[in-house]
Write a new protein. Structure first.
Length: 260
């Protein structure tokens, strides 16, 4: 899906920060200054969305997960919705320190959540005292709030998609340590050098965030569809290959019996 500059303009993607708050490394993506605010070059934004979309589609097609990170108020619900639609993990509450660099510990917490669910299913939960049940319920609710959206992420993600790299600096640092590719919406007050795939855009307005994430999730959905089609084609080819063998087997058996 080609990105139209007009739709980006209507969503307010071009509004940067106050000129006094800018990061000079964002200069290549700034079109002009108006009323003390930097205006982002939307032609560059459109090109960068296409570039990021192609790379994300490849990662999705390879079967790896893309972890979305956005804990700011304006982005939380949008990210949860868009990532949920394409079955990708996301963090919209506080970033758990060591989420990537200490992934084994995080997985243990997720498994704890699963073991509580098993307790409730097999009746063990009901054998606990009222106080213990309350404690377990509170722990489960806390784990669900912070880690519920990553319960299906059994290994490190293939990439990170971040809204507001200044706010999510801890997540950025962890991904950099592990050489995990970083895709991000980068506003004029941030340093784009921290990111592998920069999408210059207003990261404060919900309309802007929604517009960028719609394009990003659409590209990922395309990659997932490609993966599904490949799997189906492989299965069909295998079935076709095995069909003559299955037919031949009874005939060979009959010949063998006659010879006996």
């Amino acid at each position: 899906m080609a990105v139209e500059v007009k739709e980006l303009l209507e969503a307010g993607v071009h509004f940067g920060h106050l000129t006094r708050k800018w990061d000079p490394n964002m200069a290549p993506y700034v079109y002009m200054e108006r009323n003390g605010i930097h205006i982002i070059n939307l032609y560059k934004t459109a090109a960068k969305i296409d570039e990021a979309g192609t790379a994300l589609a490849k990662i999705a097609a390879s079967g790896r997960k893309i972890l979305f990170v956005a804990t700011k108020k304006q982005a939380k619900d949008i990210v949860a919705e868009k990532a949920g639609e394409i079955n990708m993990p996301y963090i919209t509450e506080r970033w758990p320190g060591g989420m990537l660099t200490n992934f084994v510990t995080i997985r243990k917490a997720v498994k704890k959540m699963a073991s509580i669910d098993r307790m409730k299913k097999d009746g063990t939960f009901n054998t606990l005292s009222k106080k213990e049940r309350l404690q377990v319920d509170r722990l489960r609710a806390k784990l669900e709030k912070n880690l519920g959206s990553i319960s299906d992420m059994t290994r490190l993600p293939g990439a990170l998609f971040v809204v507001d790299i200044k706010r999510e600096h801890i997540a950025i640092k962890e991904a950099q340590k592990l050489n995990i590719p970083i895709f991000a919406m980068v506003d004029t007050n941030s340093d784009p050098r921290q990111v592998d795939y920069v999408i210059p855009a207003n990261d404060d307005a919900s309309k802007s965030i929604d517009k960028i994430l719609s394009h990003v999730s659409s590209a990922i959905a395309g990659g997932l569809a490609e993966r599904k089609a490949e799997k189906e084609a492989t299965a069909a080819a295998k079935e076709k290959e095995e069909a003559p063998k299955a037919k031949a087997a009874p005939a060979e058996k009959a010949v063998a019996e006659e010879e006996e």
